[in-house]
Design a binder for this molecule. Structure first.
Ligand code: F6P
Length: 554
């Protein structure tokens, strides 16, 4: 469903926000806090087990009203309902985006082209449960009768980032029976390093590829299979050590995976939304199926919040609209994700794919050029490490970079006074970003230190911190399967809402295809299999190919 012919930026709601931004331009958040003692409690909402303090934003009640008016006029409630209903919201690929169906439904059937998909989803979860149980109870063992000690998950993009994030995030829930390793890159170093650390008799390989056509995954899987065969395994024992998750069963069978060892994927689940499917198997194997189901339940809790909470109280909607506010009205080009939790250190990488592959688009669903920017650059890093690396630019650089601080109230590892110190760091960063330091404050500080007037004049401008830098703070009690599930689902819906406003297809990724297409021709030229049969090539690429070839011919 697209929004009709009026460009987004001509809508009255958009124009009203533009004027409102001009009015707010010279207002400092310090003053907003000073004038409203209730600001923190008024701009604080909860849902799905998470709480959001969004008071440290360049906004007033009018801003929120204006952003929600835009959300309504772009059809956020209707398009949310369409997603949950299973409409073909992925318009360019003519299919639904139903990752929400993987984490529990209301019990009502969810129809994809007339077929109820919930029985198949539940059946797959039961199969996963059986498989995890067989491996953990040692009914399913390696070819020499030894129990498995290691799982190697081979996959890339969405078939890698989500499971890796969750494995790390839920490290305290690992039962300890299995180690889990991930191989994604076509850089042979990665698989070489992993294979050096595992034993062919006790290693289970999961080949994770929705398409079963991804070059990196297929090449790494071939290496794993050859390594297994070269180290005591035989062809008929491959079935004991190789399992696949894919929507392309024929190719997986072709590769040599037994049909019984193939878990399904569906074309109505996008790669970057797939960790909730059997692509989550490395997670389920290491934390157990009970915890994996708790992860799904947490995500489902956020789904229900997103579906039912009024827009003004809705975490994904509020976060989406504030992100859009800075992107489209204040010129912010990037957005930073700052988890203050070591277990969540891979969240920025996962959200990078989720958001940038979803909303890195230039045309509307009807193919019209966008009249404003779509998704920003997403980046980030774990707190407090970032404070000693890139936060300087957040505080005093010339760019506006909104930030999400994410921190649990409790830690799994009570070490000395670390957690309270970490919490203090998180709060001091968001406070410093908001309030900054004025020239007068800088001068007074230096004077109090006993500095002379000349030196104060020289140094004080360098110590000014403008402040007024926006941030959100997301709280959870602890990183548990439920809260981690809710957190990831929150960002999925945030991404979806922004895509609705820009009217892009957040579920396709055509841009990735060109590099893949060109890669084949270049590989052939590098290996000498083609001297240019695939057409002319630019001189820079040609020059670099020659350097590579001449280096390897000597
Ligand atoms: O990089 C593009 C992409 O298509 C992602 O969307 C996807 O998650 C990844 O490749 C892996 O794809 P597959 O699971 O089909 O191997």
């Amino acid at each position: 469903m697209s929004q009709g012919s009026a460009p987004l930026t001509s809508r009255p709601e958009w124009q009203a926000l533009k004027s409102h931004k001009a009015e707010l331009e010279n207002t400092h958040m310090r003053d907003l806090f000073r004038d409203d003692p209730d600001r923190a409690s008024r701009f604080f909402i909860s849902g799905g087990g998470l709480s959001l303090d969004y008071s440290r934003n360049r906004m007033t009640d009018d801003t929120i009203a204006g952003l929600m008016a835009l959300a309504r006029s772009c059809g956020v409630p209707e398009r949310t309902a369409a997603m949950f209903r299973g409409d073909h919201i992925n318009v360019t690929e003519k299919r639904p985006a139903l990752h929400v169906a993987l984490r529990g439904s209301s019990g009502d059937p969810i129809l994809v082209d007339g077929t109820n998909i919930t029985p198949e989803v539940e059946h797959t979860l039961d199969r996963m449960e059986q498989f995890v149980d067989d491996v953990l109870s040692k009914r399913w063992q390696g070819h020499t009768g030894k129990p498995f000690t290691d799982v190697v998950s081979i996959g890339i993009g969405g078939s890698f980032l989500g499971p890796k994030l969750v494995s790390e995030a839920l490290r305290p829930y690992w039962h300890g029976q299995l180690n889990c390793h991930y191989v994604a890159n076509i850089d042979g170093t990665q698989i070489a390093e992993v294979l050096r650390r595992v034993n062919p008799e006790t290693t289970l390989f999961l080949i994770q590829s929705k398409s079963f056509r991804t070059q990196e995954t297929l090449e790494n899987s071939k290496v794993a299979r050859a390594w297994f065969l070269d180290n005591g395994g035989s062809e008929d024992q491959i079935a004991k050590h190789f399992v696949a998750v894919t929507a392309n069963t024929p190719e997986a069978v072709n590769f040599g995976i037994s049909e019984d060892n193939i878990f399904p994927m569906w074309d109505w689940v996008g790669g970057r939304y797939s960790l909730w499917s059997a692509i989550g198997l490395p997670v389920a194997l290491t934390i157990g199926m009970k915890n994996f189901r708790a992860l799904l339940a947490g995500a489902n809790g956020m789904d229900q919040h997103f579906r039912n909470a009024p827009l003004e109280q809705n975490l994904p909607v509020v976060m989406a609209m504030l992100g859009l506010w800075y992107n489209n009205f204040w010129g912010a080009e990037t957005y930073t994700i700052l988890p203050y939790d070591h277990y969540l250190r891979s969240l920025p990488a996962h959200l990078q794919q989720l958001d940038m592959e979803s909303n890195g688009k230039s045309v509307t669903q009807n193919g019209e050029p966008l009249t404003c920017h779509s998704g920003p650059v997403i980046w980030g890093g774990v707190g407090a490490n970032g404070q000693h690396a890139f936060h300087q630019l957040l505080h005093q650089g010339t760019r506006l970079i909104p930030a999400d601080f994410i921190i649990p109230l409790e830690t799994h590892n009570q070490v000395a006074c670390h957690h309270v110190t970490l919490f203090a760091n998180c709060l001091s960063q968001s406070r410093a970003l908001m309030s900054g330091k004025t020239l007068d404050e800088a001068r007074a500080e230096l004077k109090a230190e006993g500095m002379n007037a000349d030196d104060i004049d020289k140094l004080a401008p360098h110590k000014v911190i403008p402040g007024n830098k926006p941030s959100n703070t997301l709280l959870m009690d602890k990183s548990t399967p439920e809260t981690v599930g809710a957190l990831i689902a929150l960002y999925e819906h945030r991404t979806f809402v922004q895509g609705i406003i820009w009217d892009v297809d957040s579920f396709d990724q055509w841009g990735v295809e060109l590099g893949k297409q060109m890669g084949k021709g270049i590989l052939d030229r590098l290996t000498g299999d083609s001297a240019g049969g695939d057409g002319p090539i630019d001189s820079s690429t040609d020059h670099l190919i020659r350097i590579f070839r001449s280096h390897h011919s000597s």
